[in-house]
Structure formats: C-alpha cells, structure tokens
Design a protein around this ligand. Sequence first.
Ligand code: COA
Length: 368
Amino acid sequence: MTAPHAPPPEGLEGVVAARTVLSEVDGQAGRLVIRGRSLDDLAGSTRFEDLISLLFEGFFEDLPADLTAALGEARAEVFAQAAYLDAGLAALEPVEAVRALMARLPDGDDLATALRLIAAPAVFTPAVVRVQAGQSPIAPDPALPHAADILRMLTGATPTAAQVAGLDAYLVTVSDHGLNASTFAARVVASTRAGLTSAILAGISALKGPLHGGAPGPVIEMLDGIGAPENARAWIEAALARGERLMGFGHRIYRVRDPRADALKGPVRAMAQGTGARPGRVAFAEAVEAAALDILKTHKPDRPLDTNVEFYTALLLEALDFPPQAFTCVFAMGRVAGWLAHAREQLAGGRLVRPQSVYVGPEPRKAA
Ligand code: COA
C-alpha cells in the first residue's frame, strides 16, 4: 500500500483502488473473468441482454427475467431525444454528439435510469451516423433483440444472423474490464451520489481518448495507410521512427495477448465468410498484425507489446458498416453495462472517493 505522503506511481499503475465482484483482468495469464465466467465461455454464446443480467444481478432489485422487452421499451423511450439532433450536434464528433444527447436524460439510481442509459448509445449512435450521412434516423423496433435492432437502425436492412452474433460477441467482450480509466471515472462520480447518468457521462468522456476507447478508428487509418501486405514493414518502421504508437497494440495490464482480441477474431472471420464483403481484408490485417508484433519485439525489447482488443474491434465494426469515427460510440454501447454495475457497486459501498495529492509547489511567499 502507498504511504500517505509517498509520491503515487505515474498513472496510478499497480494501485488497488476498489474491490469488485464484477470482473478480473489477469495481465500475466491473458485472462478476463466476468462474474465468475471466463470470456472464452461468454463471447460467441451469450446475448448482450444475458450479459447485462449477469452484471446487474444483486445490484438492481427489480431485474426482469428477460431484459429484451424492457430494453426495447427503453430504446423506444430515448428515441424521442433524437429530435434534438440538430445541425450543431451533427457537426460534432459522433461520440460528442451521442454524449450531448445522453446528457439530456434525467439522473437517477434505479433500473429504469440504467436501462435508458444502455439504450441511449445504442439508439443515438445509428441516428448520429445517419444524420451525418444526410439520412433520417430510423426509429427502434422494441420487439427486436438489442443487437439486431442496433444494426437495423444503422442500415435500415434486416441484419444476418452472423452480423447479429458478431455485434453480440463484441458488446459482451467489451462490457467490463476491471478498473479501466472510464470505469474508474464512473465510480468516482457515482461515489458523490450524483446519479447514474452523471457517472455514465464521466465514463464516456474518459472513453473517448485515443489511449482508451478512441484507438480502433486509427487502426483503420493505419490499415488504409499501409494498403497492401508488402508495405506493412516499411510503414510500421517509419511510424515508430517518428515516435508514434501503433494503435491496437500494447496494454497497461496485459503483458501477453489481450484475450479479447481472439474473442473477436472468430466473429470477424464468420462475417467475412458470410457476406464475402472486402475479400482478403482479414488476411491482410493478419499480415499487418504479424509484421507489427515482429517489429515491436525489437523496437521495445524490454516491454512486451502484443495485440489488444482494438485491433480486431476495428475489423469487426468495419464489417458491420459502422464508420470508423463512430467506433468509440459502439464501444460505449457495450461498456455502459459495466459502468452501471460498477456505479451501483460503488454506491453500495457508500464511501466518497477522495484521495490525496502531494504538493510539490513553492512554499507560501510572505507578502512584501
Ligand atoms: N506502439 C509503440 N510503442 C508503444 C506502444 C504502441 N502501441 N504501446 C506502448 N509503447 C511503448 C511506449 O512508447 C513506451 O516507450 P518509452 O518507454 O520509450 O516511452 C513503452 O512502450 C511503455 O509504454 P507505457 O506508456 O508505459 O505503456 P502504458 O501502460 O501507458 O500503455 C497503452 C498502454 C494502451 C496506452 C499503450 O500501449 C498505447 O498507447 N497503445 C496504443 C493505443 C491503443 O491501442 N489503445 C487501446 C488500449 S486497449
């Protein structure tokens, strides 16, 4: 434990700041456990609604047995806010526009507030994407499962089973991940008893940074910049020589491969086979990944840098027709479940988060 006046480690690395029953990130073994279930068991076989039930169990008293209908009603309810998506909001980055619409929702601590907050990024993201493309928003269909309705609101078409399974796998995979920056931010705000909406707005604000949830868009820029497998090594070496970081690689906790990367790779392949869209895209990305890993080994021999979740996130969301600038919003659609469960867990503990800082400024000067 850090002594009260010892300088904290940079980025609070290694500092334990919460106890949680929600998830465990084992950075040495490359393992993610969500409420006693390994990600390997969950992703690909669990609908997002069931994962929400798993996370929320014990944190909301009146949890319905099947969340599909309740979430459908919440999507229909929050869609009314899409009317406030004017030219000013549409000119913002998608995550900023979605955050602004979410800020219109009332604060509260109950399940109805939580369901509205899960529904909000799911409904507002397709609406923002469509308005920015000069199209009208599509209203939710409350009868549909959550993932299927998100894709329908995005494209206007009925998604394939592989596409719905791909989005479910993604939302489940990113739903919770220990005390990451956005979850910590959400817990700090929840501890002030400001309400769940305030906590979730803090979470989405932290998520939008390129070192956290803003990375997958730049992964597409990197793939597009490389263009063909034979350019990969030269492009990567030049980027590192300029002092840039490779997006989709490295992690604060994982010292081995991020297990979420592999949880997404299967659905990405299944979708590519199902639709035949962008043939060779997965093989190209794998070639870039292999080159990057090889070069990173010599670039930073003392720091294991492996593939993180954002690399295959980028391919998956691209295959689902989300534009790269909206990828962070789709991350928020999944992570909001974890933020809410953490906020309720923090509230149950009841203690305000209020750490100390070490003053390293000048001594007070005497007035002349
Ligand atoms: N590409 C190139 N170099 C990297 C790198 C990357 N993706 N990630 C880390 N490094 C380098 C750093 O530049 C640093 O080098 P230095 O000691 O010469 O300054 C060294 O490795 C240690 O990095 P550090 O900043 O201590 O790691 P961190 O724990 O703060 O980093 C990330 C974690 C995720 C912020 C970092 O790996 C990163 O920026 N990755 C790219 C963005 C990304 O994919 N984010 C999504 C995370 S899920």
